[in-house]
Design a protein. Structure first.
Length: 94
């Protein structure tokens, strides 16, 4: 691990963050909006959440304010931005 590296500020704010296997950042802000950083700018992702996680195999999970858990089943990254596809509720609570 290189402790000499420097941090680069990216505009925006988040209350929770996750990073996928390719290095793209996914955040939830204090209003529950979900955003993806594509390396240049933030894009809104459909849905609302209080927490988000990206798994090594490319799956995305969120928890909403009622502690319900959802997994992304909407397919491609383009679908995320357009609101196509969606989040599927899974059994259990966080």
């Amino acid at each position: 691990m290189n402790f000499e590296s420097k941090w680069t500020r990216i505009n925006g704010g988040a209350s929770n963050i996750s990073v996928d296997q390719s290095g793209m950042a996914y955040v939830v802000n204090s209003s529950g909006r979900i955003f993806i950083h594509n390396g240049k700018r933030w894009r809104v992702w459909s849905g609302r959440a209080t927490d988000i996680g990206a798994s090594p195999d490319g799956e995305f999970w969120v928890v909403n304010k009622q502690d319900k858990i959802y997994r992304w089943t909407g397919g491609s990254s383009a679908a995320r931005y357009k609101g196509n596809g969606g989040w599927r509720k899974v059994n259990g609570r966080a």
